[in-house]
Design a protein around this ligand. Structure first.
Ligand code: IPM
Ligand code: MG
Length: 353
């Protein structure tokens, strides 16, 4: 298995280094994996004048899976839009056709007090958000800023074809089948035609999955319900922009955005794996970041692309163990636990493995 390692910007290199330590352990235990690194985001711009350099895309195409850190930083904010780090991320998702983004939100019991919600609201939380990743207002045409009637107008297009909705629906129903068999489709069909079609297609696809209970919720209500009573949800499926927002909200239920991994899959389960958090320029280079979301992304890689559930479980158990031991990076630290650095956390996971 060939893994393209794309550390990116900010804390990306620090957290990815910890995940690579984990992969090195698996390798020394006999896993047949090969890793190759390449720059993306601001690092891609610095190295090759492009947030997704040709060579990086080529490596990602030939790899079986991609491990990504994070992209972006204030030093790149003034660049022309197509050269900005985020564009590199959006392009690699699109180029590799990674349309299904899986974002789990899971609460480790020991971290209940790190959540901003009351422990009884979040304890036992285990929710999966399936976010469509290559369509919607993120990619719809036309888009732009132009002069109309003597003033500037900005515009984007929210657009989904039924085939785009159908393929992500199948992924979501498939995942719901392996979980609690409840799927909540989130849209804004009371206002948007795009959402009306989304909902219709979800209902059509549900006929293939009679065991799954499909429900529908408007996105504003879903945002409220996630904060009010998040345990009502098992699996959620939603479009690109709604999923972007709801998954950040859901991440906080689990105590820290630094704990949550993600998988972005194509039709054949080739995937890109990344923490859902960003490049955190404020703490980058200080060895303070939480590497657990990236390490858990490696577990997802084993689960979804390599279909090696035993290794996925092994990595997840190692993470549970270090949490149970009381080790905490700053983002999840609470009184009475032991504060550790990014690399110390990585070492502890390696030891637990
Ligand atoms: C995410 C991020 C990205 C997105 C940004 C960095 C382009 O917020 O992965 O959720 O909006 O998809
Ligand atoms: Mg986001």
């Amino acid at each position: 298995m060939k893994i393209a390692v794309l550390p990116g910007d900010g804390i990306g290199p620090e957290i990815v280094a910890q995940a690579v330590k984990v992969l090195d352990v698996l390798k020394s235990d006999g896993a047949k994996i090969e890793m190759e690194s390449a720059p993306i985001g601001g690092a891609g711009y610095d190295a090759a004048g492009d947030p997704l350099p040709e060579a990086t895309l080529k490596l990602a195409r030939t790899a079986d899976a991609v491990l990504l850190g994070a992209v972006g930083g204030p030093q790149y904010d003034a660049l022309d839009r197509p050269l900005r780090p985020e564009r590199g991320l959006l392009r690699i998702r699109k180029e590799l056709n990674l349309f299904a983004n899986l974002r789990p939100a899971l609460l480790y019991p020991e971290l209940a007090s790190a959540s901003s919600l009351k422990p009884e609201v979040v304890s036992g939380l285990d929710l999966m958000i399936v976010r469509e990743l290559t369509g919607d207002v993120y990619f719809g045409q036309p888009r732009g800023i132009e002069i109309r009637n003597g003033e500037r107008v900005g515009f984007n297009t929210m657009l989904y074809s039924e085939s785009e909705v159908r393929r992500v629906a199948h992924v979501a129903f498939g995942i719901a089948m392996k979980r609690g068999k409840r799927l909540c489709s989130v849209e804004k069909a009371n206002v948007l035609e795009c959402s009306e079609l989304w909902k219709e297609v979800m209902i059509e696809v549900s006929k293939d999955y009679p065991e799954v209970a499909l429900s529908h919720m408007y996105v504003d209500n879903a945002a409220m319900q996630l904060i009010r009573a998040p345990k009502q949800f098992d699996t959620m499926v939603t479009g690109n922009i709604f999923g972007d927002i709801l998954s950040d909200a859901a991440s906080m239920l689990s105590g820290s955005i630094g704990m949550l991994p993600s998988a972005s899959l194509d039709e054949n389960n080739k995937g890109m794996y990344e923490p859902i958090h960003g490049s955190a320029p404020d703490i980058s280079g200080k060895n303070l970041a939480n590497p657990l979301a990236t390490i858990l992304s490696v577990a997802m890689m084993y689960r979804y692309t390599f279909a090696d559930l035993a290794t996925a479980d092994r990595i997840e158990s190692a993470v549970k163990k270090v949490i149970a031991q009381g080790l905490r990076t700053g983002d999840i630290w609470t009184e009475g636990t032991q504060k550790v650095s990014c690399s110390e956390m990585g070492d502890a996971v390696v030891k637990a493995l």
